[in-house]
Design a protein around this ligand. Structure first.
Ligand SMILES: *Cc1c(COP(=O)(O)O)cnc(C)c1O
Length: 392
């Protein structure tokens, strides 16, 4: 712990100085494999030559002008994201929480314009939408709420993966939106049944509510599609993005369908930094690189390889409850808390995470090579096996 920093993070005893692809190097020059991508951020790994070139070029040209002026790179990025997602228009900000704040405000404004004065947004138990008060109120995790009451009114939480209660509640005209992650990330890589989003889409169509999909973690190729909702063949009304969009340069986006395209009228919402030339230039380069290096296909096939190999190595162990994932969002759920595994893997120079106390979470860069993936699989399998032997 460092005295002049607030102690809200319990940090691991390592400090990285340099990155290259899937590797990170600490201050002693020791090499680590990053199987987390800085929590689903660096999908193209570290110091990707194409991103570094785009960033350096933009650094010497223009960083910031404010949104009082046209920003051509922001317009280009909005066009690209609209065409990739099937949505209509974008608002750019700097983080996932801000993207969700924009989504929440957009839904409230849309409802307000239709005469609804007590709007309710339905979100899910076990969800994570960010730490600002609006996003935190949408988050379905009491531990994250503790100490911060009173939260924002107008949020109700429902069981993730189950549509029955949502369907019943959504008929109320005050229910203006359903906010959901396609796969819960912080909640422990929870993959719902196939067609969950499709069912929610149908419910929202019937009840005239907005379907708002939080793809801050699942978006930008992470699950093998540009956006995870595409697997269900639907288009949401609102889409939040951040993490992978800038590969580490802070940028978030809230996209909306055509019916919401004029909801944020002039002055209704804003940001100082959001959509600046520097961040937009990098995000455009991220999208180009994913396309040119065929990384959606890569995320899909490498993800299957991870699941197959982990299943071979671990599925027979009694305390391994489930091995699951989609693309490069992978979870290994045990039947006991396993936070210790993070340190065990770190000692073997592999960076992993544990979510929801009992689920090993991997979010490898989309550019990971086969031999690097094998090293991660072997190390994590060893650590899990060792951990379970020790604790049984
Ligand atoms: C990380 C995350 C957020 C919050 O993003 P920040 O950039 O930390 O504000 C929101 N939603 C989901 C699904 C996330 O995984």
């Amino acid at each position: 712990m460092h005295d002049s920093l607030m102690p809200n993070y319990q940090r691991l005893p390592v400090c990285f100085e340099r990155g290259d692809g899937c590797n990170l190097f600490d201050s002693k020059g020791e090499k680590y494999i990053d199987a987390l991508s800085g929590i689903a951020v660096c999908g193209l790994g570290h110091a990707h030559p194409r991103l570094s070139a785009a960033l350096s070029d933009q650094v010497s040209k223009l960083w910031h002008t404010s949104n009082l002026y046209r920003i051509e790179l922001q317009e280009q990025l909005a066009d690209r994201l609209a065409s990739l997602s099937g949505l209509n228009s974008a608002f750019f900000c700097n983080s996932g929480a801000e993207a969700n704040e924009a989504a929440i405000k957009l839904a409230r404004k849309y409802a307000h314009d239709r005469g609804i004065t007590k709007p309710v947004i339905l979100s899910m138990e076990g969800s994570f939408h960010g730490r600002t008060l609006g996003a935190l109120s949408a988050t379905g995790n009491e531990k994250a709420h503790t100490g911060f009451y009173p939260l924002l009114a107008g949020f109700e939480h429902f069981e993730f993966g189950c549509t029955k209660e949502v369907e019943r509640r959504a008929v109320d005209k005050n229910v203006i939106a359903v906010l959901v992650e396609p796969i819960q990330g912080e909640g422990g890589v929870v993959v719902p049944e196939k067609n969950y989003l499709k069912k929610l889409r149908e419910i929202c169509n019937v009840t005239d509510s907005l379907l708002m999909v939080d793809e801050v973690q699942t978006g930008i190729g992470r699950t093998g599609n540009w956006f995870a909702f595409q697997k269900d063949g639907i288009v949401p009304d609102v889409l939040s993005l951040a993490k992978g969009l800038g590969n580490g340069i802070p940028i978030g986006a809230c996209l909306a369908s055509e019916k919401l395209s004029s909801t944020f009228s002039s002055g209704a919402h804003g940001t100082t930094f959001g959509g600046n030339p520097l961040a937009c230039r990098v995000a455009l380069s991220v999208l180009d690189t994913i396309l040119d290096e065929a990384l959606l296909e890569r995320a899909h096939s490498l993800g299957e390889f991870f699941i197959t190999e982990f299943t071979k190595n671990l599925a027979g162990l009694k305390r391994v409850r489930d091995i699951r994932g989609q693309g490069l969002m992978i979870g290994i759920e045990l039947d006991i808390p396993c936070g210790e595994l993070v340190m065990m893997a770190l000692k073997k120079h592999v960076l992993i995470n544990v979510a929801n106390t009992n689920t090993v979470r991997l979010l490898p860069p989309l550019i990971m090579a086969n031999d690097e993936a094998k090293k991660v699989i072997n190390t994590v399998s060893e650590c899990v096996t060792e951990f379970l032997e020790k604790t049984s």
